[in-house]
Design a binder for this molecule. Sequence first.
Ligand SMILES: Nc1ncnc2c1ncn2[C@@H]1O[C@H](COP(=O)(O)OP(=O)(O)O)[C@@H](O)[C@H]1O
Ligand SMILES: [Mg+2]
Length: 230
Amino acid sequence: MIKIENLHKFYGTGESRTEVLKGVSLDIQDGDFMVILGASGSGKSTLLNVISGLEPADAGTVFYNDKNICEMKDAEITRFRKDIIGYVFQQYFLLPNLNIDKNVKMGADLAANGDYRKLIEAVGLADKVKKYPHELSGGEQQRVSIARALAKRPQVLYLDEPTGALDEATGRMVLELICNLQKEIGFTMVMVTHNQNIAEMANTVISMNSGKLVEQYANDNPKSAYEIAW
Ligand SMILES: Nc1ncnc2c1ncn2[C@@H]1O[C@H](COP(=O)(O)OP(=O)(O)O)[C@@H](O)[C@H]1O
Ligand SMILES: [Mg+2]
């Protein structure tokens, strides 16, 4: 379980210092599919960055099981991120000098996963493995980044707007793939999205506004990627 308590995060210094997370508390159950909704600038990406150990919190605690990641030393945080976390960045962050196969292999190698080519196929990019990120469209790069994160077989997968660059058909296909893998493997998944319809696929939905959690509810009957409106 991930237990977030009274998390605060500031950016900037002096006059430009602003509080981006204003005391967020939240429990994320193992195996949950949580969707985070909220307007642009409400702190969704910052929340994911802090709870995944990418950025330090200014106050508050984030427990992963019995470990407070806010108190981990750098080496321990690096190991936690490597062993536990998968992350699909809003800006993809593919490695520009590696081809698509090698980008996904990077994730796979962290989990000694020899089976990663299936994932490249599953996101519909089997014919692009030799290409480099700059030769791909935004939507294709997004799919590579999703395949890379899944190839790592994380225990917790954070996805920041993973369908933002995808058209409807590709978005549904990728969401279906992610959800099927989650059911099969059982990892915990937290997805930030602008698409309110995707919230109907989640078990738990939270909304953020100006750095605060303003709503949380459970879905008793989550829908599949092909049952939601788009
Ligand atoms: N590295 C940063 N330095 C300064 N301000 C930042 C930084 N990252 C985010 N912010 C600000 O924090 C607020 C929340 O950003 P973000 O978490 O990216 O929101 P969201 O993902 O909900 O759109 C915004 O006002 C943004 O401008
Ligand atoms: Mg964001």
